[in-house]
Every structure is written in structure tokens, then in C-alpha cells.
Design a protein around this ligand. Structure first.
Ligand SMILES: NC(=O)c1ccc[n+]([C@@H]2O[C@H](COP(=O)([O-])OP(=O)(O)OC[C@H]3O[C@@H](n4cnc5c(N)ncnc54)[C@H](O)[C@@H]3O)[C@@H](O)[C@H]2O)c1
Length: 282
């Protein structure tokens, strides 16, 4: 990939915003698309703040900050989404993602690569629903995308080998570390991490410890963030959808049953940092 290649990120939420920033910081013209104008406005502000923080830490200059922002094209018109690599980071729902890729295939060339940032939807299953399965690949970033180095790369049996090579080198150009994973429920990190969240909520439900104690104990034991703080950062709706998809894909084992606590939080609109309240108040 060279810097004349164009990247498009779909979904300007928690992940899409961060991924678009990473692409623009790495020198790529980046289209950031969302169906929701309000999310686009929020994303613009968030990106400005994030770059301002880098400026204050002297990691970028004022000129670089301005260049980075200039490289991002914010849009709510899907017709603007013409690119060499499209990374989708919309809601965690297979049909929504497949529908988006179908619409994007109509306005892009056969060479365009479709990457999905899904945490748990089977890439093989998604490939069955779209028009160009050989161009589909999983590119799973971690939150916050501008900070976290790991990207899980998931290929299907249909993914073109050139697509895999391009995505590996593109990921390195973003200054990230690509790791090839099999297409199994939750890939590697989210499969193992389910227990971190679910067991924490079980302890809370049984009244064995409160959320602050659980978070501080886990942080004191070496984890960067306690499970409740982490769920608030991820977003309750996304975290719950991932649990549900992984649980169903593995034939509903009791040990991975999604928590009723999260269902209640979602029903109350308490999605975490993005809505101002989750397990904690922001
Ligand atoms: N939150 C995390 O920590 C995290 C980490 C890694 C991967 N992911 C994955 O990234 C994806 C996005 O998660 P998120 O936390 O950023 O979600 P989010 O709720 O913060 O943002 C989703 C955005 O997608 C937009 N959207 C919905 N349908 C759309 C469509 N058809 N076209 C364009 N935009 C659309 C919404 O308006 C919203 O702005 C999910 O697949 C999730 O599993 C999330």
C-alpha cells in the first residue's frame, strides 16, 4: 500500500473513530462514514481532542495535527465510500454488516478489500452473504485503537492470498502488530476475555464483592483495567452482543451464558462511557 491508496472506515463510533485516526496518522487519506450525523460530529470532536493530547505530549507538531485532520473526509453519504481498503466498524450484527458490504460492492472496484472489525461474527458466515467473498478478511483492532498495538487478522478459506498479504503489510504500516487467527467464536482475545467479564458479573450478582472492589483487586493483581471499567469503555451493547454471539456459536455452554445484569443495563440505556453511565457515572 502506498499513500495514494484510499482507506474508508464505516461506523464513526468508539472503534471506527479511532481506526480512522490511526489510518490518517499513518498518512492515508481516510473516508469516515456513518449513517448518523450526530456520531460524525462527535467523532470529529473526539479526534481533535485525541490529537490535541498527542500535541501536548509533543508526539506530533501543530502542522502534523492539521495535516492529519485534513486527511479525514467525514461523510454520511455511502456514495462517498469508494476506496482501496474498506474497514467496517458498525454495530455487531452479521446482517447489518453483510448488507453494508453488499451496498459497498456496488460502488467499488473488484479489487477493493473488505475488512471487518467484528469481535465475534464468523467471517466465514459473513462471506456466504456477500458478493465478493475472496475480498473479505477480518481485521480486529482493540480499544482504544490509536493506542493498542494488536490486530487479529482472520482469513476465510475463500480469502485471496494477495488480500492477506496486503492486509498484513497495511497493518504494519499503521504501526500495529498483525497476528493471524482462526475463524472461531471470539477469535483468541475475546474468547478468553469472556470469563473476565462474566465471572466479574457473577461475583457482583452473588453479592460477593462490589464493582469497585473487583476492579481494584484485578488492577492490583496486574490487569491494566478492572472488568467493570473495561466493559464501560467497550460499550455494554457491544460487549453483550459479543458474549451472546460467542455463547450461541459454542452451543450455549452454561459457563459462557451472557449476564442478565448487562441486559438490564442495555434496557436502561446505560451503555457505558459513550452514554455517560454504565457501571460507573461519567
Ligand atoms: N467497543 C470495543 O471495545 C470494540 C473492540 C474491538 C472491536 N469492536 C467491534 O467494532 C464494531 C463497532 O463497535 P463500536 O464499539 O465502535 O460500536 P459503537 O456503537 O460505538 O459505534 C457503531 C457505529 O456504527 C454506526 N452504524 C450503525 N449502522 C451503520 C451502517 N449501516 N452504516 C454506517 N454506520 C453505521 C452507528 O451510528 C455508530 O456510530 C463492532 O463490530 C464491535 O464488535 C468493538
Amino acid at each position: 500500500m502506498n499513500h495514494s491508496n484510499i482507506i474508508c472506515v464505516c461506523g464513526a463510533g468508539t472503534m471506527g473513530s479511532g481506526i480512522a485516526q490511526v489510518c490518517a496518522q499513518s498518512g492515508f487519506v481516510t473516508i469516515l462514514f456513518d449513517v448518523n450525523e450526530e456520531m460524525i460530529a462527535k467523532s470529529k470532536t473526539k479526534m481533535q481532542e485525541s490529537l490535541q493530547a498527542l500535541l501536548l505530549k509533543e508526539k506530533i507538531t501543530i502542522a502534523e495535527k492539521e495535516e492529519i485532520i485534513k486527511r479525514v473526509i467525514f461523510t454520511s453519504n455511502i456514495k462517498d465510500c469508494k476506496a482501496d481498503i474498506i474497514i467496517e466498524a458498525i454495530i455487531e450484527d452479521k446482517n447489518a454488516k453483510a448488507n453494508l458490504f453488499k451496498q459497498l460492492a456496488e460502488i467499488n472496484t473488484p479489487q477493493t478489500i473488505f475488512a471487518t472489525n467484528t469481535s465475534s461474527v464468523s467471517i466465514d458466515e459473513m462471506a456466504k452473504e456477500i458478493d465478493r467473498p475472496s475480498q473479505l478478511i477480518g481485521m480486529h483492532f482493540f480499544n482504544p485503537a490509536p493506542v493498542m498495538k494488536l490486530v487479529e487478522i482472520i482469513k476465510t478459506e475463500n480469502t485471496n492470498s494477495d488480500v492477506v498479504d496486503t492486509i498484513f503489510s497495511f497493518t504494519r504500516q499503521l504501526n500495529k502488530t498483525p497476528v493471524l487467527c482462526n475463524d472461531s467464536p471470539g477469535f483468541i482475545v475475546n474468547r478468553i476475555a469472556r470469563h473476565y467479564y462474566l465471572e466479574a458479573m457473577k461475583l457482583m450478582e452473588l453479592g460477593l464483592a462490589d464493582i469497585k472492589t473487583i476492579d481494584s483487586v484485578m488492577e492490583a493483581s496486574g490487569f491494566k483495567m478492572g472488568p467493570f471499567k473495561l466493559m464501560d469503555m467497550i460499550g455494554m451493547d457491544i460487549n453483550y452482543s459479543v458474549s451472546k454471539i460467542v455463547w450461541e456459536a459454542l452451543d450455549k455452554p452454561e459457563r459462557l451464558r451472557p449476564s442478565i445484569i448487562q441486559q438490564h443495563k442495555i434496557a436502561a440505556g446505560e451503555l457505558g462511557k459513550k452514554t455517560g453511565k454504565g457501571f460507573y457515572q461519567y
